[in-house]
Structure formats: C-alpha cells, structure tokens
Design a protein around this ligand. Structure first.
Ligand SMILES: Cc1cc2nc3c(=O)[nH]c(=O)nc-3n(C[C@H](O)[C@H](O)[C@H](O)COP(=O)(O)OP(=O)(O)OC[C@H]3O[C@@H](n4cnc5c(N)ncnc54)[C@H](O)[C@@H]3O)c2cc1C
Length: 444
C-alpha cells in the first residue's frame, strides 16, 4: 500500500483523498491541514462564500457518489437576472441549473463522507498542522502543529493541494526549477451578505436565480442564495475604478448601494454595511506553473497549480476536475505513477493555460463590454440553436454547462477573446492613469 500525503484539506485535497481511497487498498492517505477542523469550529457566515459549481465540478463529485448530497446541501440557480439602476430586469435562462454551495459546506460534506467511508487504517487527518518543509530526495515532509510539535512524515506520493499560497509549490520552485508565474487579478473584491426579508415580498429576490447589479461604470455585485436563506454577494471593481475604495462608513456604503440597487439596498443591514466598510478589498492571484509534477512522487493540484479569478466562477470546478482526470489516468496506466504524472501535466496544462486566458477575457472590465458580452451570448445561443453544426455555442454555456476542454473553447472563440483582451488592457491602462494623476501630469 502506497502512503500518500495530501497537503491542504480544501475541496481539491479532500476530493483527491476520495479518489485515491476508492481504489481498493492501493493507497493510504495522510491529510494535513493548517486550519482547525471545520466540523468543530464552524466558519462564520461573514467569512464564508458561495461557490457556483458548473457541470465539470458536478461531474467530478458524481464520480465519488456525492453530487446528489451536494445538491441537497446547496441551492440551485436556474438562471440569471441582470438588474440596472432603473429597476429594469433582464432574465437569462440556463440550459443546465447551476449548483451554489458554500465552500465550507462543500468541504464539510467531503470530510464527513471520507471519515464515514474509511477508517484510520487507511485515512488519517491532521488538522492544525502546517506543512513547513519537504525533503524531495528523502521523500519526507515536515509539519508545524499548533501544540509546537514538529512531526515528520515519509511518503511515496505527496500531493500539494494547499491553495494559492502553496508551500509545496514554493519548494518545487526553489529546489527543482519549476517555473511559476503569479499575477494579481485586475479586480478589487469584497464579500457581502444580503439578508432575506420573508415578510416583505417586494424586497424578495427571485430565489432561483443569480442576480447581477451593475455598480456604475466598472463595478458589479453578483449574488446567489445560500442554504441559510441569505444571499452571498461578490462586490467587484476594475482596478483603478473602485468607487468604494475610499468609503469608510456604513452609511456611505448604504448610500452608494441605494443609488444602484434602489429599494433592494435595504437587504444590506446597517451592521453588515459597517462591517463591509471596515473590511479591505482584496485582489486574488492567478497562478501559472510550467508543469504540475516532480518525478513520480510530487503532484500539484487545484489552486496551488492553476488559480484563476473568482469572477469567472471556474476555480473550484477546475480544481475538482483535476481529481477526475488524475483518477482516469490511474485507471488507464494501472496506477503506474511514472506514466501517470507526466501524462497528467501533458493533458492538464494546455487546458489550464486556456482557462487563464479565458478568465482574463471573460471578465468584462467595464459596463459596455459587459453589455457586449451579453449581446454575444444571446446571439451565439440563437445561431447555435438554428445551425448547431456551423455556429459554436455561447461561451458561457460551453464553460459552465459542458465538459468541453477549455483549450477547445478558447480556440472556438479565439478572435473574440483577443479583441476583448485588447480592450480590457486599454481600460486597465486608463484606470492606472486615473488612480495615479501625477503620472498623467508627468507624461503631459
Ligand atoms: C470570494 C471567492 C469566490 C469564489 N467563487 C467561486 C465560484 O463561484 N466558482 C468556482 O468554481 N470557484 C470559485 N472560487 C474559487 C475557489 O474557491 C477555489 O478555486 C477553490 O477553493 C480551490 O480549491 P483548492 O482545494 O485547490 O484550494 P483551497 O480552497 O485554497 O484550499 C487549500 C487548503 O490548503 C490549506 N493550506 C494552505 N497552506 C497549507 C500548508 N502549508 N499546510 C497545510 N495546509 C495548508 C488551506 O488552509 C486550505 O484549507 C472563489 C474564490 C473566492 C476567494
């Protein structure tokens, strides 16, 4: 039996454990997570966020028999409603419903089912253990536990599923020459919780839909229902155009949202507005690696290998799909890791490079590009319905509602992506000048 260390008990690490453990008794798994056990320390709703899982993510969960449980614990969005500041709503249907599930609900589900299905002879989970070092030659990893103890663990296979700031990736980068490119995504993001007014029907958002509010020229609020009946919203602004960057009081926050959401701004409680004003905006990091494996003993998966902007809503689906592909390759090559690892990089990397390019161009950086994308979506969908053999399906449908490899999607809409990317670059350059007026004066 091979000993596998998985670093990181996020969605990807936990699903990897499921896939490995369901392969008879070929593997035993030691899972190390730096945070405490989420089942004992529930994440506060203020810190949790909803993940929209498309067809890819759901297919990966289905393979380990967890799709229906995830649907039970999440909510389903049948379509999207786009609201403008005059209260006009445009509805877009989806061919396939989207699953909305909070990250902590998803990880708890994966965790509970793991511990129910496998006993301690094949699965050990160590919370509050942070990976601090890996000896690639000796095949052992060192951890820092909360109690100060520093255990060392030997492995046959080490899986780095430790997210954007991956320690395993850093070690591969410094010791093996792995090339890593980290980029800040060009949007400022904050998470907001909208309450639900059950007794005010006029203030009830359609529960079966995602809702998109435009917040001026280069901002948006995207929200969906959570399992507790509140709405989880991502507020985003293109870098350089952040109208909320200098707002520091809850009442200013409410005034701002009233302008764009009208009466629906009442869904933001005064306490939530205060908390929102105090929290800083964050920028996510995009990760690109030259390969995802080292020999036949270390593999990088999920955000550790290929994080993308959350605005495109694909990071988690892609992370879960990693597990599905890995499992298919183990089947195909009879668990021979010397063949599986290089094939994994060879198959996965072109798709993840394509996803990065798609995510750069799929996020409209101003409202006009947003409308242009919407127009293209409706146009492509209609023409594809009439001429399915000659006209490619809409991008949004292909990305979220199929398992077509991302590289094929990029190829089928390559001219569109190039154009939007060029326009996005112009918008960003202008934003840079606006947020740094001194450089404008100097260049003048
Ligand atoms: C606000 C927001 C909204 C998002 N919305 C969507 C969406 O709608 N759809 C979608 O598909 N994706 C979305 N994403 C992206 C999605 O959350 C990630 O792609 C996904 O969580 C990646 O899973 P992962 O397991 O690879 O990494 P993570 O979820 O980051 O998990 C990594 C785990 O490793 C642990 N860890 C880190 N370092 C160490 C260490 N040294 N030792 C031990 N443990 C360690 C961390 O504590 C963590 O638990 C969103 C992201 C954000 C931030």
């Amino acid at each position: 039996m091979k000993t596998v260390i998985i670093v990181g008990a996020g969605p990807c690490g936990l699903l990897m454990a499921h896939y490995l453990l369901q392969r008879d008794s070929k593997y035993c798994v030691e899972l190390y997570e730096k945070r405490p056990d989420p089942r004992l320390n529930p994440v506060s709703t203020a810190r949790s966020y909803s993940i929209s899982l498309g067809f890819r993510g759901r297919a990966a969960l289905r393979e380990v028999g967890l799709e229906s449980l995830a649907i039970e614990r999440g909510t389903i969005a049948l379509g999207q409603e786009i609201h403008n500041s005059r209260g006009v709503v445009q509805s877009i249907s989806r061919k396939q419903p989207r699953l909305l599930i909070e990250r902590n609900v998803l990880t708890n589900l994966l965790l509970e089912t793991l511990t129910k299905r496998y006993d301690a002879s094949r699965l050990k989970i160590h919370f509050k253990h942070e990976c601090i070092a890996v000896d690639l030659e000796a095949k052992s990893a060192a951890f820092q536990s909360a109690s100060g103890y520093q255990p060392c663990q030997a492995y046959d296979l080490l899986i780095g599923a430790d997210g954007v700031q991956s320690k395993v990736r850093n070690i591969l980068q410094h010791k093996t020459g792995l090339e890593v490119k980290l980029r800040k995504s060009p949007v400022d993001i904050k998470v907001l919780t909208l309450r639900c007014y059950d007794n005010h029907r006029e203030l009830t958002l359609n529960r079966d839909s995602f809702h998109l509010y435009s917040l001026g020229w280069a901002g948006a609020l995207l929200c969906g229902l959570k399992s507790d009946g509140t709405y989880n919203a991502l507020v985003s602004f293109t870098r350089g155009y952040n109208s909320l960057a200098n707002i520091s009081s809850g009442s200013d926050v409410l005034t701002f949202f009233r302008k764009y959401m009208g009466d629906f701004s009442q869904l933001i409680s005064p306490e939530e507005a205060d908390a929102f004003a105090q929290k800083p905006f964050f920028q996510t990091t995009t990760v690109t690696c030259s390969h995802y494996h080292f020999g036949d003993s270390v593999l990088l998966v999920g955000d550790a290998a290929h994080a993308v902007s959350p605005i495109i809503g694909q990071g988690c689906s892609a992370a879960l799909e990693d597990g599905l592909l890995f499992n298919q390759l183990l089947d195909k090559y009879d668990d021979d890791l010397t063949q599986v690892f290089p094939k994994y990089t060879q198959r996965r990397r072109p798709d993840m490079i394509a996803l990065e390019q798609i995510s750069d161009s799929m996020v409209p950086l101003n409202i006009y590009l947003g409308y242009l994308m919407l127009l293209k979506h409706v146009f492509d969908r209609t023409l594809h319905r009439w001429f399915p053999k000659f006209w490619a399906s809409s991008l949004v449908d292909m990305i979220a509602e199929t398992t077509i490899p991302y590289r094929h999607i990029l190829h089928s809409h390559s001219r569109w992506f190039k154009t939007i990317n060029a326009l996005n670059q112009l918008i960003l350059r202008r934003g840079k000048r606006l947020s740094n007026p001194k450089s404008m004066l100097e260049s003048a």
